[in-house]
Design a protein around this ligand. Sequence first.
Ligand code: ZN
Length: 358
Amino acid sequence: MKSSIKIFSIFGIPVELHISFLLLIILIFSMAFFGFISFYIAFLIILLFSTVIIHELSHSYMAKRYGIPVDRIILLPIGGIASMGKIPKDPNQELKIAIAGPSANIIIALFCFICLGIIGGLGSLSFSSLFITNTPSADLTLFLSNFLGVNLLLGIFNLLPAFPMDGGRVLRAFLARKMDYVKATKIAASVGIQFAVLIAILGIFFNIFLILIAIFIYIGADQEYKATLISSMLEGIYVKDIMAKNVDTLSPETPVFEALSTMFKQRHMGYPVMDNENLIGIVTFEDISKLPEERHTVPIKNIMTKNLILASPDEPALSALEKIQKNNIGRLPVTRNGKLIGIVSKTDIIRVLDSKSV
Ligand code: ZN
């Protein structure tokens, strides 16, 4: 089942609502309908999310300018996520992509401020009027000050130097101009983790929602640091450097029980299936272990995986690792001009990482 629904596309980027977000909208409007909150507040909450979309679109627009593909923007109750390709290691590009989101919010806040000035509403602008209050009726002045407050808050909050939030990326970009990328990430991530702890403590006293954000920052900072470390360790290493060249293969007519005993004897967990010179599939221990005993006499061509995910010998090891992780598989056959020349497994890549992390 699809967990999100596309609402529109802009700059060629689909904007989707997650199911949980749709439920939230229904909840908000039911609350308004039964009088727990005013319709104005309901409307303002929806508007808040539209500013989140604008925030994410600004990141995405800048990313696309640097040739980074953006798959989609998805709206969740905790905010928006733009799923994009790899963010560049170029500090200047990362800086511009990171700062685009909060800038958009600050520009909107500024625009509200100017509008308030034009309609003569600046006098009524106070700290409390910036925040959403449960007023039954609304006028333009109140709306503009609320919208100003929401955007200002969103802009400033995202600029906290708490990696992987935008401010943390800005911090890393600044650090990366002076030191190597891994070190810059390490510092930015540890600042992020300290912020996460601080936000969690504030959450205990003020708002439970902050604890959720703290967890998000904590996990994100840690993951991002590890990913950066791995990508730097694998730099300059290609599939051909680490692949196994003498590949044991099986023929499509081999019965499952025979394949299984070969696996135990040779201690490989996966075998390319070759029809003469042609690679036609792959069979793994996992595939076989899922089969009931009585199917152990069928030929492996009936149970093998036919949609092969391949690697090329000149592909960076990191890209092979990403394919392995994304598809949740253990190994990739390596082919050149359609001919099988090797196999690269997750274990091969981990071995490289282990040898470097002394
Ligand atoms: Zn952002």
